[in-house]
Design a protein around this ligand. Structure first.
Ligand code: SF4
Ligand code: SF4
Length: 387
């Protein structure tokens, strides 16, 4: 047996923190790290939208904090963050709306918006889609990454769970560019596996607390699908094993139907064989007996969602940079940072944004030291550009 997973049944909402502590303790011997030696522990929930159903529930963060306090971790060594990649609402605003910020303040842990820091440039060896890659600095810096995914269906990726939750470590609008490198569900699955391969190789100290309390399914996931009570918590250190087990509970063969899981399995990024996974707490059969079948979108819906995402969301609704000449100091930083070479720049001249080449990642806006870049809507003209 190479990988351990605990499965705990939640009796009522109030008991979730205690259940999380119990679930973590069941697999402690599988830790490849000493938590008390970790000085920079980062929690990564799923903060997709300002609705509780679309996000990891704050009570799951409470449970992790309870565990860390019980074993003697100093709260100044703990932080939490995400990058939902939205223009209109920040990670903090989402955390505030779902009452997660309160939990962080009460425990004195720092909330980090991954988008407010210069990302780290990396090259992923063996990547299929994301060779030239940027990752959020707080993720790069942490010495223990605690992943708090929530199981939901996903139009393009089929599901979002333990592996897909790491997509949020890519800062801000860069996610838009990376989405475009995977132009159909299979290619997007390769991009997700590339991103996970960076985590797998560079962040060996990982723990996953999986929110299967209320699971989102159907074609409207991951934002507003149908909510089903599964009343379960899964804990482990192997994301692939956790995703495979979560889907097995919902009677779905993850390695067959979910491109990024199939890809991660083929690359050896974790354990995907159920025979090599040791289960503690509830058995798989007991868990299955209390859970409804997980319904994912069919292939047609997945392809349609991929087309809509590609053609409309990125091409029409995304914003493009606009220069505020009064503030610009002609330093050229935006030109240096643009991943798409969409900025012309000459010494002592203002930068020129090339609309047809711009991929709307807004790195230039994030990096400009003078806040001299604002945005405007790309509009329907965007439909006629390559991105
Ligand atoms: S980074 Fe900002 S200040 Fe510097 S050239 Fe670009 S827009 Fe101007
Ligand atoms: S111009 Fe700005 S928004 Fe456009 S691709 Fe370059 S960095 Fe991204």
């Amino acid at each position: 047996m190479s990988t351990k997973i605990s499965i705990i049944n939640i009796n009522d909402y109030e008991s979730i923190p205690d259940a999380i502590v119990a679930a973590i303790k069941m697999i402690e011997e599988d830790f490849h790290f000493d938590i008390l030696n970790c000085k920079n522990i980062l929690l990564k929930p799923n903060l997709l939208r300002a609705t509780k159903d679309a996000c990891t529930q704050p009570v799951f963060v409470e449970g992790v904090i309870k565990y860390l306090k019980e074993i003697g971790v100093a709260m100044e060594n703990v932080s939490i963050g995400d990058s939902p990649g939205q223009i209109k609402i920040s990670a903090e605003q989402i955390a505030k709306k779902i009452s997660l910020l309160e939990v962080c303040e009460k425990a004195s842990i720092k909330f980090i918006n991954f988008e407010r820091d210069t990302p780290v440039h990396e090259v992923i060896e063996g990547a299929l889609r994301l060779k030239d890659y940027y990752v959020s600095n707080p993720v790069n810096d942490c010495d223990l990454l605690i992943n708090l995914p929530k199981l939901k269906t996903h139009g393009e990726a089929t599901i979002t769970g333990a592996i897909k939750n790491y997509w949020g470590i890519i800062p801000g609008g860069l996610k838009a560019k990376y989405h475009l490198l995977g132009r159909n569900p299979d290619q997007f699955g390769e991009a997700l596996a590339d991103n996970f391969s960076w985590v797998f190789k560079n962040k060996p100290n990982r723990l996953v607390i999986y929110d299967l309390h209320r699971v989102m399914q159907g074609t409207m996931g991951p934002v507003s699908g149908d909510m089903k009570n599964w009343n379960l918590i899964l804990v482990g250190t192997d994301e692939l094993a956790l995703d495979v087990v979560a889907l097995e509970i919902g009677e779905l063969d993850g390695l067959k139907y979910v491109p990024h899981l199939k890809n991660a399995f083929e690359r050896g990024l974790g354990e995907g064989n159920l025979d090599n996974i040791e289960i503690f707490g509830l058995s798989l059969e007991e868990a299955k007996s209390i859970t409804p079948k997980f319904k994912v979108p069919g292939k047609f819906m997945t392809k349609l969602a991929s087309f809509i995402t590609r053609s409309i969301v990125y091409k029409v609704t995304k914003k493009i940079p606009k220069l505020k000449k009064k503030l610009c100091k002609k330093c050229g930083q935006c030109f240096e940072d643009c991943p798409a070479n969409a900025i012309n720049f000459e010494t002592d001249e203002y930068p020129e944004f090339l609309r047809k080449v711009c991929i709307s990642c807004l790195c230039c806006m994030e990096m400009c030291p003078q806040q001299a870049i604002e945005t405007e809507l790309r509009g329907f003209g965007g439909l006629f550009h390559s991105y």
